[in-house]
Ligand binder design. Structure first.
Ligand SMILES: *Cc1c(COP(=O)(O)O)cnc(C)c1O
Length: 411
């Protein structure tokens, strides 16, 4: 960890040279010249590789690691991920196309999400990927489309568990949810599957996202194994694949602590060994998006004006919420908090000042950092927002106010 970084950029492994941030050995200012005048996202292959390999060391060897493309679907990045993970989870036919363009085999690609249309399901069936069934109706539609195509489908059943992932930023299981099929509605669905000519691969149980508490993830994983085992036993169907979800969070805000993945790995080794006793053939999968790529990316924009209003200093930059909705606090946050921010070409300075960084949009929502202590910045300096490798570019309303587009690069 580098002491020069803002205190809450906890996990930043980017290097500094001459008081300037570097990415893959290239100083920020030079990278900006290479890319052009607009703001940009940059993702580091090295940091992604480091993250994947250190996680693999902590997880039991038999666990398969899937990348959830939704977190960052940049095609070049997904191509890279194809060389270091075991599979892809997609959430749309658009993402499926990006996944199929890589060398990943269709058998290791799955699709989840409510509301898959018949024509989309036909594409998934033809592609040969695993379809996570999200409702009893969807199962019937898949069967119908299979007979239309004269093909069989690989399906898994997504269960909405009765337990929920405690302390998750986004809960996606437990209680009334649009995702998956409620636990108590599963037995009749499995009965129908047994009578259909579909290739049943197993279960997908996803309880939530952005969790920083190892204990709650451990607890959810234990319950997930028990649930899958119970369902398999009652239905007499063999589980070829069990996707136990993910939900690993990354620290964004002051006070957030990195997730104790070593603890999760230890507990998972025990639950996995237990589960394997009755299900030795089952392939167990963890699917992660944000945790694999979120800390490997930054968003960079430049100061275009500086002014004081009623004693408050504003840095006005050429990027904003239209490029990075999450950093503006408008993507699911209840209370706005600052992402870790730095002046990329003045990382360390004796003199600092309190500033509010805003974008060029004519709305008070366009805030990238509010009342933050930073080295004194001038026009043309670089503002860097860390933890931007996931849910950045594609989660933002780029058309809003018709400002120039931003770029994405992978180094
Ligand atoms: C969103 C989502 C993910 C990825 O979540 P992260 O927080 O990025 O790890 C994985 N699986 C499913 C089913 C999802 O909906």
């Amino acid at each position: 960890m580098n002491k020069l970084f803002p205190k809450h950029a906890v996990n930043t492994d980017f290097l500094i040279k001459d008081n300037q941030l570097t990415i893959a050995g290239m100083p920020l200012s030079r990278l900006s010249q290479r890319i052009g005048p607009q703001p940009f996202y940059v993702y580091s292959r090295d940091l992604i590789n480091q993250r994947v390999s250190s996680l693999r060391q902590q997880l039991p060897e038999q666990i398969k690691l899937h990348y959830a493309i939704k977190a960052n679907p940049m095609p070049a990045l997904v191509q890279h991920m194809a060389t270091i993970v075991d599979g892809f989870d997609t959430a749309s036919v658009g993402e499926m196309k990006i996944a199929l363009d890589t060398r990943m085999s269709a058998t290791n690609i799955s699709i989840a999400g409510p509301g898959k249309r018949p024509e989309e399901l036909r594409q998934c069936i033809a592609a040969g990927i695993t379809i996570n069934i999200e409702s009893a109706n969807e199962l019937l539609t898949v069967e119908k489309q299979c007979s239309r195509l004269g093909l069989s489908a690989n399906i898994a059943v997504r269960i909405n568990p009765s337990f929920e992932l405690k302390t998750a930023g986004l809960k996606m299981g437990g209680g009334a949810k649009p995702f998956g099929i409620d636990e108590d509605q599963i037995p009749p669905v499995l009965n129908s599957i047994r009578e259909m000519e579909l290739n049943f691969s197993g279960f997908h149980i996803y309880s939530g996202s952005q969790n920083l508490k190892a204990e709650s993830i451990i607890e959810a994983q234990k319950q997930t194994f028990q649930l899958a085992e119970r369902m398999a036993k009652d239905s007499q169907l063999a589980i070829k694949k069990l996707n136990i979800g993910g939900g690993f969070g990354i620290p964004y805000f002051p006070g957030d602590k990195p997730l104790a993945t070593d603890k999760i790995g230890e507990s998972l080794a025990v639950s996995l060994a237990q589960f394997k006793k009755n299900n030795p053939q089952t392939e167990v999968i963890i699917e992660l998006g944000r945790y694999l790529v979120g800390e490997a990316g930054i968003y960079v924009c430049q100061v275009i004006d500086k002014k004081v209003s009623c004693g408050k200093t504003f840095l006005i930059v050429n990027g904003g919420l239209h490029h990075h909705l999450a950093a503006s606090g408008n993507f699911g946050q209840v209370i706005r908090k600052n992402y870790p921010v730095a002046i990329g070409n003045k990382l360390c300075a004796d003199k600092k000042e309190c500033v509010t960084i805003v974008g060029p949009l004519c709305t008070p929502l366009d805030i990238l950092a509010d009342n933050i202590e930073l080295p004194i910045a001038e026009i043309d300096d670089f503002v860097v927002i860390f933890q931007s490798g996931a849910y950045g570019y594609t989660s933002s309303p780029h058309q809003f106010l018709n400002q120039p587009e931003c770029q994405q690069v992978l180094l």
